[in-house]
Design a protein around this ligand. Structure first.
Ligand SMILES: O=P(O)(O)OC[C@H]1O[C@H](O)[C@H](O)[C@@H](O)[C@@H]1O
Ligand SMILES: [Fe+2]
Length: 184
C-alpha cells in the first residue's frame, strides 16, 4: 500500500510563517525605552507605535540541547531622532551559540559587536545571508522606506541575554545622516 503524502503543518511563504505551533510577538516603541539615543525624540512619539514583530516556531522547550528554532522578524520603517527602527539586540545567554540570519524583504543593516565592543556591520537585502558567530551580539536596523523582513535560525539552548545591551548598548549606532546610513 502507498504511504499517504501529507500536507505540511507549517508554510513559510513570502515573509510569513503560518500554521501549527507558530507564535507571534510584537514590540512597540514603549517596549524599547532606553534603546534609542535621542530620549527627547522618543518621548515625543506615540508609545503604541509598532516597531517590529517576530513570528517564531520553537518546536522544543527553551534550553533543550540539540534543538533548533526558526523565526521571521519584520521591522517597520521609521526612526527615532534619525536612528533607524531596530531590534533590541542581544548576546546569547549561552554566549558561544551561533545563528543564521537571511534577508527576505526590504533593506537593512545587521550590526554586530564582540565582547571587546568592536562593532562591524553587514547590509541586509532579499537573499543576503549572514552567519553570526558565537560571542557576538546582534541587532538589525531597517534603513529602507518599506518593511524589512528577515528569517533566523538558532539553537534552542542559546537563550537571549538582553541585560548587557540594556546596560551598555552597542558601541556604535546606525544613524541617517542626510539620507545615508552611517555607523557612528
Ligand atoms: O530579540 P531581539 O534582539 O529583539 O531580536 C528579534 C528577534 O530576531 C531574530 O528573529 C532572532 O533570532 C530572535 O531570537 C529575536 O528575538
Ligand atoms: Fe540571536
Amino acid at each position: 500500500m502507498d504511504t499517504i503524502i501529507n500536507e505540511p503543518k507549517r508554510v513559510f511563504r513570502d515573509d510569513h510563517l503560518g500554521g501549527e505551533g507558530v507564535d507571534k510577538s510584537i514590540r512597540k516603541l514603549k517596549d524599547l525605552r532606553g534603546i534609542f539615543k535621542d530620549e527627547r525624540a522618543f518621548e515625543n512619539m506615540d508609545p503604541e507605535t509598532l516597531v517590529y514583530e517576530v513570528i517564531s516556531y520553537l518546536p522544543v522547550k527553551e534550553g533543550t540541547q540539540g534543538g533548533v528554532y526558526f523565526g521571521v522578524t519584520s521591522i517597520f520603517p521609521g526612526s527615532v531622532g534619525g536612528e533607524y527602527f531596530m531590534t533590541k539586540g542581544h548576546f546569547h545567554a549561552m554566549i558561544d551559540r551561533t545563528e543564521f540570519y537571511w534577508g527576505i524583504k526590504g533593506e537593512g543593516v545587521l550590526i554586530l559587536m564582540d565582547e571587546q565592543r568592536r562593532v562591524w556591520a553587514e547590509k541586509m537585502f532579499p537573499g543576503s545571508f549572514h552567519y553570526i558567530p558565537g560571542r557576538v551580539a546582534h541587532r538589525v536596523a531597517n534603513t529602507g522606506k518599506e518593511l524589512l523582513s528577515f528569517a533566523a535560525s538558532w539553537p534552542s539552548d542559546a537563550g537571549h541575554n538582553y541585560e548587557e545591551i540594556a546596560r551598555n548598548g552597542f558601541a556604535k549606532r546606525l544613524i541617517d545622516i542626510n539620507g545615508v546610513a552611517s555607523l557612528i
